[in-house]
Design a protein around this ligand. Structure first.
Ligand code: APR
Length: 320
């Protein structure tokens, strides 16, 4: 069987890390596209030269031509500009929307059957815009946010409890980062929900609140430390988990920005919810009952996503 083809649009920090992870995990052949000449070619060659040491096989090709993504099974989009200290993800909207117009045209022309994962920020709006531009089926376009937000939450909780990250599962809903809604009653250590862990005196309510806030600000914390650019290792790992579930038909249950068509009372927006990713793309959205407090937080998050989508429509009325 021929290898799968994975096209990465954007060969910057996340794009390069994605290419490396995909090569090491032997998920398929990689096409790394960027508008900067030489850079995707150089990164691809460097990664390809690391694979004999890793003992894995994959072809890597750097390119500045969209034609090279032809027939890709998966496309992961990181093209655009990242945040600088003091910037919010939303500050990136106008410039990255223009980038999505170019990227979307390339995907529509050369990879219309691909499963498309968007990472570019502001995520919940960019994935919506990309889907409008490509016109691809909604269940074949998805945004990476929840896997990253929940990974950060899991890491902080594992550190707090001094247990393996493997045994911490987290459940998050809503938009990326600032408006993320962690569902503590569905966040567990080996199946024990956080409210029970509070009763068991593993953590106080206040301390948990601090960890939730640190998770929401997780991206900004990294931006502040790096001073130029934003997080890339954890975002790349998160998108690779989503791509792997699609390519291997794993049917993993992952929180992703998925198109809602009435689920959770929301229509026509991409919002972070738990979904099953199979070889069919987003096979189903998992809808759970929310408490009134959770619903209020979720709706606040939806409103902020709606605000960003409205801003996209003002800048590019054709997207409608
Ligand atoms: N088409 C293709 N690539 C583009 C375009 C374009 N129109 N415009 C910019 N790029 C490329 C840049 O040349 C750069 O190599 O996108 C790449 C982005 O890489 P970085 O600047 O290193 O940013 P990165 O850290 O990878 O983040 C990318 O993901 O998490 C989000 O907020 C982040 O929106 C940002 C994106």
């Amino acid at each position: 069987m021929a290898r799968k083809k994975i096209a990465l649009i954007g060969g910057g920090m996340i794009g390069g890390t994605l290419a490396h992870l995909i090569g090491v995990k032997e998920l398929g052949d990689v096409v790394l596209f960027d508008i900067v000449e030489g850079m995707p070619q150089g990164k691809s060659l460097d990664i390809a030269e690391s694979l004999p040491v890793e003992g894995t096989d994959a072809q890597l090709k750097g390119t500045n031509e969209y034609v090279d993504i032809r027939g890709a099974d998966v496309v992961i989009v990181t093209a655009g500009v990242p945040r600088k200290p003091g910037m919010s993800r939303d500050d990136l909207l106008e410039v990255n929307l223009k980038v999505m117009e170019q990227v979307g045209a390339g995907i529509k022309k050369y990879a219309p059957d691909a499963f498309v994962i968007c990472i570019t920020n502001p995520l919940d709006a960019m994935v919506w815009a990309l889907n409008q531009i490509t016109g691809l089926p909604r269940h074949m376009t998805v945004g990476m946010a929840g896997v990253l937000d929940s990974a950060r939450f899991r890491y902080f909780l594992a550190e707090e409890f001094d247990v393996s990250v493997e045994d911490v599962t987290a459940f998050v809903l809503g938009g990326h980062g600032d408006t993320m809604v962690p569902l503590t009653r569905y966040t567990t250590v080996a199946g024990i929900p956080l409210p029970d862990l509070i009763k068991m005196h593993w953590i106080t309510h206040e301390r948990l609140g601090e960890i939730v806030q640190r998770t929401r600000d997780g991206g900004a914390e990294i931006v502040g430390l790096l001073k130029s650019g934003s997080a890339y290792y954890a975002p790349a790992a998160s998108a690779v988990a989503m791509a792997e579930s699609y390519l291997k038909d794993k049917k993993r249950v992952l929180p992703c920005a998925a198109y809602l068509n009435g689920e959770y009372g929301v229509k026509g927006l991409y919002v972070g919810v738990p979904v099953v990713i199979s070889a069919k793309g987003v096979e189903r959205v998992i809808e759970i009952d929310l408490t009134s407090g959770e619903r209020a937080d979720f709706m606040r998050s939806v409103e902020s996503v709606q605000g960003l989508v409205d801003a996209c429509k003002r800048i590019a009325p054709g997207l409608g």
